[in-house]
Design a protein. Structure first.
Length: 186
């Protein structure tokens, strides 16, 4: 038995975009009560349209799963500044770094995700990425662009272009000019 409930719980309300760490940006479509094994649970119904996924999360589990409101505009600016920085790639085995990148992506923290985007980005003049590097980069880029898109109220394509524009500003990316070569030599 499912019954519709009030439109707001724990500061989250229906029609609001949220970030669910394991899936990215979703829309709270309703808050409902459902009887499970004789217990009545209050659930957020969250839709992830891009993944064609609907998630029902018990209201009591919101904190433990790390669900949060969308980032503020200043945090999005900070994330975009993060991707313009120099890539920080540790000299550890790829499997260890891959686990760290995966943990950052699934943390749901926009800044941590932007660090993964920065560290795994490859411009056209850089060596080819491995399949697993590309997969992690695309996953991080997807999560970041969905949140930037929702916060800035722009399309997903515009969000990707904005992130790519910022990636192009980072050091040693994009085609080098003679002036940049002379500056490095000095």
């Amino acid at each position: 038995m499912v019954t519709k409930k009030p439109q707001q719980r724990l500061g989250f309300k229906t029609g609001e975009y949220i970030v669910y760490p394991a899936h990215g940006v979703g829309l709270i479509t309703s808050i409902e009560e459902q009887e499970v094994a004789g217990l009545t649970l209050e659930l957020f119904v969250i839709s992830f349209e891009q993944d064609k996924l609907t998630l029902r999360v018990p209201v009591a589990k919101i904190k433990s799963v790390g669900m949060r409101k969308l980032a503020e505009e200043d945090e999005v600016k900070k994330a975009l500044e993060t991707v313009t920085g120099r890539a920080r790639v540790k000299r550890t085995m790829w499997s260890r770094r891959a686990q760290e990148y995966e943990a950052k992506i699934n943390s749901g923290d926009l800044i941590a995700i932007s660090e993964v985007v920065r560290d795994l980005f490859r411009s056209d003049d850089q060596p080819e990425q491995s399949y697993s590097e590309r997969q992690l980069f695309e996953q991080a880029m997807d999560r970041m662009s969905r949140e930037v898109s929702a916060v800035n109220k722009i399309t997903l394509t515009e969000a990707v272009q904005l992130i790519e524009k910022n990636l192009a500003k980072s050091p040693r990316r994009g085609p080098k000019s003679d002036a940049a070569d002379a500056e490095e030599a000095a």
